[in-house]
Design a protein around this ligand. Structure first.
Ligand code: FE
Ligand code: CA
Length: 495
């Protein structure tokens, strides 16, 4: 069981109650195949700036065909942005060409919009209209923001469950969704709930990655979550290959072959998400800063492309190994030094805080920051000098709340900030409140305030004075219709 929240050093978690109640949200979407037509994969928006967003769709009348059922030529796609959902007041419009070399995806960077305003958007080809999406621009750079609501999510292995969590998420009132990695999984697993992977093999080619993305987008609750809010998305490992590290494949591919696979994976990732930057072959500068007035800065990190290869336990504290790479680290530290926001967030993939294994229960994870301990501590020490740092994390397929300690081996040391680790949307299946070793795990990690092993997401409400994180969990994902439960609520007071 999680320990009672203890009191206070500098800035500490208040609260942490279990099972606050079950929301009466039901009736989540039911079909599991995409609807017919050109816009079968839905619409999306992302990377909101004060003056605009990226709008996305992909034409794919046959989403599981290698060419999506589209001809090998460019197709003009009309787009509209309106102030109202009936499109009475269209404020921006244009035509983008969906190219066959880009899987007939379109990425429209709309500008000239008002800050922190809601807009509706849609696409049209001939007589066919897409679904209507809703989006929201960011506040102006110096705007005083009194409230910002966002959810973060990660890890949606299709074969492990239905995306019911997104059906619930789509009904919240959010400014943003942040997705922290494992949007697809690259394996050929078939699972046990009738949602076997397409194609039924590991994916390597661009054609196969495209089919895999199309399959994930075939879940209507995922499409609903994209249509409801702008997203900020970044990949982790499974969008390419399990546990990849820089040019090092974990499955033994030689670096040139692995880079070719990564180029295919990156291309397909870009084709299916609303992003402002795109890959150049196997390279992609995807790390970026997103700012929301004077309230929050998000530093979105890439902890895959520039990292040193994983090493055995005995070498995990070696200096000189990197998770971020020199250039990204310099960029991050520059941003942190210059930042003026009330809350400073690292939006990143893998477990940041120390996570000691219980005695006799193996080693530290070789894929998380513990395997890059020297650089983790360097980043941690930088966070100690910024205002109200918060780290949000995916990958773990479990929920955790951690005090980031000035010295993780010294429980009495200062609490520098807070790490919120979100569970998976589906990966690892239904789950439960606790795993057998959790009590021992908490015993050797006194800085960890909370652990839970159900599926779901984290919904955060941020004000100048406080950050409230609600861990919203599902009873099950192996079939449709789970209610959502406010499993735990944590509040951080700002300083
Ligand atoms: Fe995952
Ligand atoms: Ca992962």
């Amino acid at each position: 069981m999680p320990p009672e929240p203890s009191s206070t050093r500098r800035r500490v978690l208040i609260g942490g109650t279990a099972a606050l109640g079950v929301a009466a949200l039901t009736g989540v979407a039911t079909p599991t195949e995409p609807r017919d037509g050109l816009f079968s994969l839905g619409v999306a928006s992302g990377d909101p700036w004060p003056d605009g967003v990226v709008l996305w769709t992909r034409l794919a009348p046959e989403p599981f065909a290698p060419d999506g059922g589209m001809p090998d030529r460019g197709v003009p796609v009309e787009w509209q942005v309106a102030a109202d959902d009936r499109f009475a007041t269209v404020v921006r419009s244009g035509v983008a060409v969906a190219q066959s070399s880009e899987a007939h995806s379109v990425h429209v960077e709309v500008s000239g919009l008002r800050p922190r305003a809601d807009y509706f958007y849609r696409f049209r080809v001939g007589g066919e209209l897409s679904a209507v999406g809703r989006t929201r621009t960011a506040p102006a750079p110096d705007a005083r923001v009194e409230r910002f609501a966002f959810a973060f999510a990660s890890c949606q292995r299709y074969t492990d469950g239905f995306y019911t969590a997104y059906g619930h998420l789509a009904r919240e009132d959010l400014d943003l969704v942040v997705f922290l990695g494992d949007y697809i999984y690259e394996g050929g697993s078939q699972g046990r709930i009738g949602r076997g992977h397409r194609p039924a093999r590991d994916v390597f080619s661009l054609a196969d990655y495209r089919i895999r993305f199309a399959q994930y987008k075939s879940d209507p609750d995922l499409r609903a979550a994209h249509a409801a809010f702008p997203w900020v998305a970044v990949y982790d490992d499974h969008e390419v290959e399990n546990n990849w590290a820089g040019d090092n494949s974990d499955s033994g591919m030689p670096p040139p072959a692995f880079r070719s696979r990564r180029a295919n994976a990156f291309q397909a990732y870009w084709e299916h998400l609303p992003l402002r930057t795109r890959p150049s072959g196997s390279a992609w500068r995807i790390h970026r800063r997103l700012a929301f007035g004077d309230l929050i800065d998000f530093q979105v990190l890439d902890t895959r492309q520039y990292r040193s290869d994983q090493v055995p336990e005995a070498q995990r504290e070696n200096p000189g190994r990197t998770m971020l790479g020199a250039e990204q680290k310099a960029w991050l530290f520059g941003n942190l030094a210059a930042g003026r926001a009330r809350w400073n967030v690292l939006a990143q993939q893998v477990f940041f805080s120390q996570l000691n294994p219980p005695p006799g229960a193996g080693t530290h994870s070789d894929d998380a920051w513990d395997n890059y301990a020297a650089e983790r501590n360097e980043v941690r020490d930088r966070l100690a000098s910024v205002r109200n740092p918060v780290v949000i994390t995916g990958d773990a397929h479990s929920s955790f709340v951690c005090d980031i300690k000035a010295d993780f081996d010294e429980p009495q040391s200062r609490t520098v900030g807070t790490e919120f680790v979100g569970t998976s949307i589906t990966s690892d299946g239904d789950g439960g409140d606790h795993a057998p070793g959790d009590e021992a795990l908490l015993g050797v990690n006194p800085h960890i305030r909370f652990v839970n092993r159900k599926r779901g997401y984290v919904s955060c409400t941020v004000t100048p004075d406080s950050w409230v994180a609600v861990y919203r969990t599902l009873d099950f994902v192996s079939r449709l219709g789970s209610p959502v439960c406010d499993q735990a609520r944590f509040e951080i007071g700002a300083v």
